[in-house]
Design a protein around this ligand. Structure first.
Ligand SMILES: Nc1ncnc2c1ncn2[C@@H]1O[C@H](COP(=O)(O)OP(=O)(O)OP(=O)(O)O)[C@@H](O)[C@H]1O
Length: 262
């Protein structure tokens, strides 16, 4: 089954077209990563398909029009980790992650022991147990980024088929935590009914984890397909204006920046 379909999606911000007629689909359990240079429209596209921005065109989540779903239903089916979430001052890490359980609580009800267990388990998996009592606004950038993902995973835990939309989820993480987070997301989508759409600037890593890449430039899809078809010198040179070489490795194509003239 198709988990996400976008057909002819257009978004204008401040009267300027930012996403232009973008169409793609993502299969159940698939991982699609949107790449492209700064300002290409990646975050805007992600927010539009999440139903967080007005757009024209058609978006379906497992065949349903999100506009026809109640807010709680939407939050049980799609979680978004934005690039720069608003950080509430004074809130503990545990309480912030617990907010992810809100769509699962009965009307005017409190969190159950099961909700608290979900949060504890997510903290454990993301190496956050030792930070659970800390105030969120005292964490480092990378620690916070893991907390934002943890909240999204708590939100989708037990939700069945769900979409996880990640905007630059590992931009602040060291290489060890980057691997830990991406492996966790990968394992959840392999055995947890999760479908993943992310944006990413680290092209080799993007290609290693995604089944398919969508290359966006100036709001339009200019290439789409398996990493080996998109991470090519001609496409990257043209759309990033970068001097690169692409090396075939056992982990897939590795994109290496090369100083011009060398
Ligand atoms: N409110 C706004 N009004 C006008 N233009 C906007 C507004 N918000 C974003 N833009 C523009 O829309 C374009 C796409 O922005 P977006 O954040 O989607 O790009 P991106 O591909 O995610 O970039 P990056 O890789 O730098 O994060 C940019 O040129 C940006 O300046």
């Amino acid at each position: 089954m198709t988990a996400l379909t976008a057909a002819g999606v257009r978004v204008a911000l401040g009267g300027v077209p930012v996403v232009r007629d973008v169409s793609f689909s993502v299969g159940d359990g698939e991982w699609l990563t949107v790449i492209g240079p700064n300002g290409a429209g990646k975050s805007t596209l992600l927010h539009a398909v999440a139903g967080l921005l007005p757009f024209t065109g058609d978006v379906r989540w497992h065949g349903d029009d999100p506009a026809g779903l109640h807010r709680r239903q939407r939050s049980r089916r799609v979680a978004v980790v934005p690039q720069h979430p608003v950080v509430p001052t004074g809130m503990s890490v545990f309480d912030y992650i617990l907010l992810g359980r809100t769509p699962h609580l009965p009307f005017l009800g409190r969190e159950s022991p099961a909700d608290l267990s979900v949060v504890a388990a997510v903290c454990e998996r993301l190496d956050l147990t030792g930070l659970a009592g800390r105030r969120l606004d005292t964490l480092s950038g990378g620690e916070r980024q893991r907390v934002f993902l943890a909240r999204a995973l708590a939100q989708l835990s037990g939700a069945g088929r769900a979409l996880l939309l990640l905007d630059e989820p590992t931009s602040a993480l060291d290489i060890g935590h980057q691997q830990e987070v991406l492996e966790l997301v990968d394992s959840l989508r392999r055995d947890g009914g999760l479908t993943v759409v992310s944006t990413m600037h680290e092209l080799s890593v993007a290609g290693e984890y995604a089944d398919r890449l969508l290359l966006l430039a100036a709001g339009e899809v200019v290439a789409a397909g398996p990493p080996a078809e998109v991470l090519t010198v001609p496409l990257l040179t043209r759309h990033y204006r970068a001097n690169v070489m692409v090396v075939d490795t056992s982990a897939g194509p590795a994109v290496v920046p090369v100083r011009p003239g060398r």
